[in-house]
Ligand binder design. Structure first.
Ligand code: C5J
Length: 221
């Protein structure tokens, strides 16, 4: 099925069979109190507003038979895949690997590292564990997309200016056509949300397209 979404900077055309929904890092550590995001001094409530529209998009994508891929940012329990620069940067109240209220911060297998209940992956959906901000770096994402014939990505998740942006830039350089759903991506900072979205569609769509969820849902219908 071919469809078109009213988007910035111009309509986004896609084929359902070659388009995947990518949900980036909707983990307790980022969107709930007591996790990594909060240890960095952020107000997690800023991110929670994406949950409801994203849930609607996830339901529609599943109903339409789209490939759905989830990602999680995090590290091995021995921190062997965490560069020292990432571990030591800044002055957080808790560092990656430290025990927090939801288990060790950003460590695979811990409660806080996992995806929130509202967006829990189905057993047949792939979850990509990534050590970096980008979803392609040191992961099997590209091989998975290639195996499924995917050439277009509908991108959602958190945070807009960090893992979403890094992923969209990686994807764009690899030739994927990316549509970022503006109310399904979130930032702890309104100014970064606005600038991050504007940067994607600027200059004729230098990194891709942006549109609110309702436009994508309409196209699916
Ligand atoms: C951050 C992310 N912000 N998922 N990670 O550290 O954007």
């Amino acid at each position: 099925m071919n469809a078109s979404v009213e988007a910035e900077p111009y309509p986004y055309r896609f084929d359902l069979a070659t388009t995947a929904l990518l949900i980036i890092d909707m983990q307790r550590d980022f969107v709930e109190p007591g996790g990594f995001g909060e240890t960095l001094g952020n107000d997690v409530s800023m991110l929670r507003r994406v949950i409801a529209p994203l849930r609607e998009v996830l339901d529609a994508a599943r109903a339409a038979g789209m490939l759905v891929v989830h990602t999680r940012e995090g590290h091995e329990p021995d921190l062997s895949d965490c560069p020292p620069a990432k571990l030591t940067r800044g002055e957080p109240s808790l560092r990656i690997g430290d025990p927090g209220p939801k288990g060790r911060i950003l460590i695979r297998g811990e409660y806080g590292h996992d995806i929130i209940d509202e967006l829990k992956p189905l057993p047949d959906e792939t979850v990509i564990d990534k050590p970096g901000k980008g979803s392609f770096y040191a992961t099997g994402l590209q091989d998975l997309l290639t195996a499924h014939g995917i050439t277009s990505l509908v991108v959602t998740g958190v945070t807009t200016e960090v893992c979403v942006h890094t992923t969209v830039r990686e994807a764009n350089d690899r030739g994927y056509e990316c549509l970022v759903l503006s109310d399904c991506v979130g930032s702890y900072f309104q100014e970064f949300q606005d600038a991050g979205l504007a940067m994607i569609s600027a200059q004729g769509g230098i990194f891709g397209w942006t549109a609110p969820a309702k436009q994508f849902l309409e196209a699916l219908r």
